[in-house]
Design a protein around this ligand. Structure first.
Ligand SMILES: [Fe+2]
Ligand SMILES: [Fe+2]
Length: 367
């Protein structure tokens, strides 16, 4: 097996060619920057001599054929291989409509980017000697035709087969929805649970059985590294929302056979139309966060009455931007004790109670 390699992750690109951009006053995503931000990242990655690039879904604004076509043409020009999986925004409908491609068409756009067998929406491929990437589809449709984040049984069975025959390889899994919680009680939170894979527990069981340690996700638009009983879920924030991050990762096997993964995160600092992208985008998010914060405060565990939620919300203007940045520590000493305590739990505090800043830059010992 190769003992050193380097790859990058760019997530939730939400590519929107100018003629496809929706005009909606409360739009949370700064899709205006999708293409210039991506170009700036690609320029950087081209200089770094990476072995491959991973895009864990939400490649497009909302599954528009023009945006998928633009992206696949752009990726075809890159000097390194790229692999994608679909996000909920890439395949929002089972049958194509005026706006979006049909679910089954997705792999045909990305035949060169993982889907060499485009009749399936998932794949396994050897990306380097002894390194296998498994791209999973987490988008399913319930009986009413509504989109849900769930891994179907067909994929779970297939995954078991692949892992059973790939025991000598390092396995990297890429899937759009989160498989380990990145926020307190994420699986049961009325707003945050939609970012988790419905049957994450089933997938984790299979991964643990075969000692798979690395899963790369997106969807939450937050920089976070979480671990559950040996499985790391490394989720990367969105290129179109604050802090416009991307990651470069370096795998290394030392002379004792120990495997290390070094993670370094970068941010897109500016694009031509937004010279102060970091400040503008942080303000953009703060300006739009009030309704979300009020709802958040009325839900468990806070359960505040609406009036109190509306009073506290302005204090939390930058709360979500700080969550999205990763490695944040929260304290609101003037809040009621119980509320203050709940907010502290959103900080980067390890189980032992001390801060643990591993979301953006860290080195993980994989074993
Ligand atoms: Fe997204
Ligand atoms: Fe998503």
């Amino acid at each position: 097996m190769i003992s050193n390699f380097r790859f990058a992750i760019v997530s939730d690109l939400h590519v929107a060619c100018p003629h496809t951009i929706w005009n909606h006053p409360n739009r949370f995503h700064l899709v205006e920057v999708s293409i210039p931000a991506l170009e700036s990242v690609l320029e950087h990655l081209t200089q770094l001599d990476i072995d491959f690039l991973l895009l864990p879904g939400d490649l497009t604004q909302h599954g528009e054929p023009d945006n998928h076509a633009w992206l696949q043409q752009r990726l075809a020009k890159l000097p390194f291989p790229t692999y994608v999986v679909p996000g909920n925004h890439d395949v929002p409908v089972l049958k194509g409509n005026q706006q979006s491609i049909a679910f089954a068409d997705f792999p045909y756009y990305y035949r060169k980017f993982g889907y060499s067998e485009p009749e399936k929406c998932y794949y396994s491929c050897q990306v380097l000697p002894g390194v296998r990437l498994i791209g999973l589809n987490s988008n399913s449709f319930n009986q009413r035709g509504e989109q849900i984040g769930r891994l179907d049984n067909e994929q779970l069975l297939w995954l078991e087969e692949v892992l059973a025959t790939a025991t000598d390889e390092l396995i990297l899994v890429m899937i759009h929805h989160n498989v380990v919680e990145h926020l307190p009680n994420q699986s049961h939170h009325a707003i945050a649970n939609r970012y988790m894979l419905d049957n994450a527990a089933e997938l984790l069981q299979v991964l643990r059985r075969y000692k798979v340690k690395l899963v790369f996700t997106g969807h939450l638009h937050v920089q976070d590294v979480a671990c559950s009983q040996g499985v790391y879920d490394i989720t990367t924030g969105s290129l179109v929302s604050y802090p416009h991050p991307y990651r470069v990762l370096e795998f290394h096997k030392d002379k004792y056979g120990r495997q290390w993964l070094q993670i370094v995160s970068y941010r897109v600092e500016s694009v031509p139309a937004f010279p102060n992208l970091q400040q503008t985008s942080r303000k953009w998010m703060g300006d739009r966060s009030f309704p979300f914060l009020v709802k958040f405060l009325t839900l468990p565990p806070f359960n505040l009455p609406l009036e109190e939620a509306q009073t506290l919300a302005p204090n939390l203007r930058d709360f979500w931007a700080n969550i999205a940045s990763g490695d944040a520590v929260f304290d609101y000493p003037h809040f009621p004790a119980q509320i203050r305590h709940f907010f502290q739990k959103y900080g980067a505090i390890a189980a032992c109670g001390t801060p643990s800043f591993i979301d953006n830059n860290s080195t993980l010992l994989l074993g």
